[in-house]
Design a protein around this ligand. Sequence first.
Ligand code: C5P
Length: 236
Amino acid sequence: MKPHERILVGIDTPDMERARHIAERVRGLVGGIKLGMEFHNANGPAGVREIAGDTPLFLDLKYHDIPNTVAGAVRSAVTTCRPRIINVHASGGPAMMRAAVDANRDAAAKVGIAPPLMIAVTVLTSIDDADLAAVGQATPAGDQVKRLALLAKEAGCDGVVCSPHEITTLHDACGDNFTLVVPGIRPADAPEDDQKRKMTPSDAVSAGADYIVIGRPITQAADPAAAAKAIAESLL
Ligand code: C5P
C-alpha cells in the first residue's frame, strides 16, 4: 500500500454540498472517504454513492442487532453503497459477527464486487472503565478491547477499529493479517479537539496501523487538499 492510501478522511456532516466540497478536494490524495450515520441518515445510500464516486468508501454504520437483522443490513449496505470497508460492533457477539461476515461475502458476490473488509468496533474510545462498570462489565477497557478483537478474528472479521494506544497490543495478539483501522490521529501541529488519546499519523503507521482515520485536521483546514498532502508526505 502506498503511504497516502492509508489515510481515510472522515467526512462528518449532514450537508451534501459541504461533503461534496471536501470530497472533491481530497480525491486521489487519500486512500478513502469515511461516511457515517450523520451523513448516511441525511442523504441515504444515493448520497453516499455520489460522495464516494470512484474513491474507496469506508461505510461507518456500526451495526449491532440480532444476527438476522445485521445480516440483512449488511446485504443492503453492500448492494446499495458498495463500500470497501464496512463495520459492526464486536459486542454484538460471535453469531452476529459470523452472520455479518457471511452476508458481506454473499452480497458482494451477487453484485460482482470484492467483499468489503468487515471490521469490528471493540470498545468505543469515548467509553472508560467507569462506563463499562456502569453497564455491568467489570473488565478494564484494555482487556475488553483485546478480548473483543480476538473474538472478532475468530468470527471471521478482517480487523478492528482501535485507538492509537492499542495498536501494538492488538498487532501482537491478532497478527499481521488483521487490519487495524485507527482514529484519534492528530498531526503534531493540529488542535487536539476532543481527541484525548491521540497520536501523529507517522507514529500510528510506524506502530502498525493499516489505516488512519482523520477528520477535522483535513475537513476543517482552510485548504483540505494541502492538509491531506502534508499528512501523506509525513508518512513517507
Ligand atoms: O475529526 P476527527 O479526526 O477526530 O474524526 C475522527 C473520526 O473517527 C470521526 O468520524 C469519529 O466519529 C471517528 N471515530 C473516533 N473514535 C473512535 C471511533 C471513530 O474518533 N473510537
